[in-house]
Design a protein around this ligand. Structure first.
Ligand code: ADP
Ligand code: MG
Length: 262
């Protein structure tokens, strides 16, 4: 089985990218799909959210600079079928240094190639920083499927347009003709407000085949789990957030034909 690389992107911060990357990865792992979560954000929120302590020298910074093997950075988690490539502050320097290197948008793609070829994982999920800098653009060039996390609030569509223009830039540059808009995930949905419903309706009207049916609700439990270093399933398995991310996992499995195993 080939490996599908998903990137969870949106140039805005605080829209639920990391929460989605961590809990979607955990939902796939729960279904015995070997999953590798890659933390590409120097803030390392995804790293701590799965209970791994950040550590100097353990991130993609080295491999992106041609130093060290990507395989050496793979770190186990407490969760079955879920591994992590962590992040740490050094990765911030990659934003600057990548810009000066050759093939600067294709570096991540090159780094991940042997990992993909090894068939060790069915799914790789990349958590992006909150900007469309070098790291996020590299993730677009490396991914098979772009999953956009979109907060169910005013101006959501504008953000969507901006991301899609970056996808066009990557395609136009001939960097990743295979990059597909895999789906739009509506996050922090509050069904009690008309605005949230309107935003979802608008996105659905624009991208009827892309928006996932599962709406991730605004839930305090989801915001608490990271400080315990746990995915939502290990923190409060019966919470609305756990139910939603499990449903999203099922939709992703179905949409992309993922099967258990490595
Ligand atoms: P990003 O990675 O896009 O910056 P995060 O996933 O870190 O966004 O989410 C931003 C903040 O909102 C975090 O404090 C997170 O715990 C919280 N959060 C994310 N999703 C939800 C949700 N569905 N309900 C409540 N809080 C959420
Ligand atoms: Mg984040």
């Amino acid at each position: 089985m080939p490996t599908t690389i998903f990137t969870i992107a949106n140039q805005k911060g605080g829209v639920g990218k990391t929460t989605t990357a961590v809990n979607l990865a955990a939902a796939l792992a729960e279904r015995k799909i070997h999953t590798l979560l890659i933390d590409l954000d120097p803030q390392a929120n995804a790293t701590s959210a799965v209970g791994v302590e950040k550590q100097a020298g353990r991130s993609l910074y080295g491999p992106l600079n041609g130093e060290g093997s990507v395989f050496e950075m793979i770190t186990p988690t407490e969760y079955q079928h879920l591994a992590l490539i962590p992040s740490e502050e050094d990765l911030a320097a990659a934003e600057v240094e990548l810009a000066q290197s050759e093939n600067y948008l294709a570096r991540l793609s090159e780094v991940l190639r042997p990992l993909k070829a090894s068939n060790g994982y069915r799914a790789i999920i990349i958590d992006c920083p909150p900007s469309m800098g070098m790291l996020s653009m590299n993730s677009l060039a490396a991914a098979d499927q772009l999953l956009i996390a979109l907060q169910s609030e005013y101006m959501a569509l504008e953000g969507l347009g901006q991301i899609l223009r970056n996808v066009d830039r990557i395609r136009d540059a001939g960097l990743n003709n295979d990059l597909n808009l895999g789906g739009v995930i509506m996050t922090m949905y509050d069904g009690r407000t008309n605005l949230a419903k309107q935003v979802v309706d608008e996105v659905r009207a624009h991208l009827p085949d892309k928006i996932f049916n599962t709406l991730i609700p605004r839930s305090v439990r989801l915001s608490e789990a990271p400080s315990f270093g746990k995915p939502i399933f290990a923190y409060d398995n019966a919470s609305a957030g756990a139910v939603a991310y499990r449903e999203l996992g099922a939709e992703v499995i179905k949409r992309f034909g993922l099967t258990p195993g490595r």
